[in-house]
Design a protein around this ligand. Structure first.
Ligand code: NAD
Length: 492
């Protein structure tokens, strides 16, 4: 294995590295080969082994949460450590603990009913949930722990081994994750590789037993193309423009407050962040005023505030600000929350972009930053038509008190998940699958569905001693009676 042994120490805590951190494609191939060999040799993966691996991941996060949140703060150029604890450390711990405390009954084989007449003759059938083998997991920069450890929870619960690739956009975090995994895990259970897009390409070209990719829709297509070369199944956790619909029946102040709070989370750099908010035309000004009030309440001194998350790097800041500038040039109105931005700091107030043209970039691309689009509407059906004319979003939000309208919206749209009268909460559900649909992805993790995603659901049929086919005239040489018997069964 071509490896770089990682001997760097971390402050304030030191991480003694025992596993080597893989940084080369040859090393990755070798690690995967060894994991698969270990998987084949080990046979059935006991509940105790699964629990031990899940517990190791939990212990890792508990032991290294401080260097991890410090690294995230440094990588973002400002990410409150309490926020990183909540979003990434506790978000991951919740998934891992939920999996640890619930997976055991999911492992049991399930009896199924054999078809007639074999059911009468004593046939048996069941489905087994078997681990697939080695799962490759690629994470993003925006939630750098959650996008690795939350899918890992489902993968380990299902009895798999895994190799993780953190995002190179947050290099300090990637290094601490790699060193912590190297220290805590047997590489045959959970390994780690570091690198950027080139390593991503090589990673997805490996014959894993399943790949989980979290990232952009554009890169997701490359991942699926690479995985197809080896027929590797993929879970794609992608992004998109998640809409929020504010019904005329909504409590406007509450809706604006909750959307404002969601937009402040990670400075809008979350895959399920509300991107386009549809507000009834007569309520537009009241909504914008309430949204600005919320931002002012959360960050009383304006931007930059120590409680704000910074945009992760200059490239992403430029991307978001260009979108806003272009919208203004195209005639959109833009409202900033109280204070003006500081050019040396990447923490920004929320840019509220009102009614940009449908063709503008901010209406075409995922914002993924401290900006939001507000669009006024005259009828809910016009909103539904606009949502359906776009790629399927990862999330959809409905704020309102009209049950009939709520059903109308849910039944006529499709999105990865939905939260009603809040934003983003469905993604925190451990007892339900999290994933996208269409352009926002495929497959899911979390809950029993996550366990099934990383299991091979294997059907077993056990034949009875007696085979009726010869006696019943169902085998060659066929008689005329056989044809008549078959004909008789072609019924509606
Ligand atoms: P990205 O697609 O640029 O990168 C994601 C990961 O893919 C990184 O680890 C990167 O190194 C790797 N990568 C880059 N090029 C690759 C290639 N050619 N082949 C294989 N891997 C490659 O995404 P990002 O900027 O890190 O994250 C932002 C996007 O992720 C947004 O679209 C956001 O909505 C989405 N996202 C989705 C979820 C979800 O759960 N659905 C969660 C977080 C972020």
């Amino acid at each position: 294995m071509a490896h770089r042994a990682a001997h760097r120490t971390l402050k304030p805590e030191q991480i003694p590295v025992t596993q080597e951190i893989t940084t080369t494609v040859a090393g990755l191939s070798d690690l995967l080969r060894q994991q698969r060999q270990a998987f084949d040799t080990a046979g059935a993966v006991s509940a105790a082994d699964r629990r031990r691996r899940l517990q190791t991941a939990i212990d890792l996060l508990v032991k290294y949460h401080k260097p991890l949140v410090q690294a995230m703060d440094a990588d973002f150029g400002g990410r409150p450590q309490g926020y990183s604890l909540m979003n990434d450390v506790l978000g991951s711990l919740t998934s891992l603990k939920y999996a640890r405390d619930h997976f055991e009954p999911w492992m049991a084989s399930e009896p199924r009913t054999p078809f007639p007449p074999y059911d009468q003759f004593g046939a048996q059938a069941w489905v087994m949930y078997q681990p697939k083998g080695s799962i490759g997991i690629i994470g993003t920069w925006n939630a750098p722990l959650f996008t690795l450890f939350s899918p890992l929870a489902s993968a380990l619960a299902a009895g798999n081994r895994a190799i993780l690739k953190p995002s190179e956009v947050v290099p300090e975090t990637a290094r601490v994750v790699a060193e912590a995994i190297a220290e805590m895990f047997d590489p045959l259970d959970v390994g780690v590789v570091t690198g950027g897009p080139d390593m991503g390409e090589a990673f997805t070209a490996q014959a894993f037993d399943h790949i989980v990719f979290t990232g952009s829709t554009q890169v997701g297509k490359t991942v699926m193309r690479n995985a197809a070369q080896n027929l590797v199944p993929v879970t794609l956790e992608l992004g998109g423009k998640s809409p929020a619909i504010v019904s005329r029946t909504a409590d406007l102040a509450t809706a604006a407050y909750r959307i404002g709070v969601a937009k402040a989370a990670n400075a809008g750099q979350l895959c399920v962040n509300p991107d386009v908010v549809y507000v009834a035309r007569p309520q537009l000004e009241d909504f914008v005023a309430a949204l600005k009030r919320t931002t002012g309440e959360l960050f009383p001194g304006g931007a930059p505030s120590a409680d704000m998350v910074a945009v992760v790097n200059a490239r992403h800041l430029e991307r978001v600000e260009t979108c806003i500038r272009e919208a203004v040039a195209a005639g959109a109105r833009v409202e900033y929350a109280p204070s003006a931005p500081d050019s040396t700091d990447r923490r920004r107030p929320l840019g509220i972009v009102i009614n940009p043209p449908a063709t503008s970039r901010i209406m075409q691309e995922e914002i993924f930053g401290p900006a939001v689009v507000i669009r006024s509407y005259d009828s809910i059906d016009e909103v539904i038509a606009d949502i359906n004319a776009r790629p399927r979003p990862l999330a959809l939000y409905y704020f309102g008190e009209d049950e009939a309208e709520q059903s109308h919206v849910l039944e006529r749209t499709l999105s990865g998940g939905v939260t009603i009268n809040e934003a983003m909460f469905h993604a925190a559900m451990e007892d339900a699958p999290f994933g996208g649909v269409g352009a926002s992805g495929m497959g899911h993790y979390h809950g029993r569905e996550g366990f099934i995603e990383f299991s091979h659901v294997r059907t077993v049929f056990k034949a009875p001693a007696y085979d009726p086919r010869r006696e019943w005239g169902l085998l060659p040489p066929y008689s005329d009676q056989f044809l008549a018997m078959m004909e008789a069964q072609v019924t509606p």
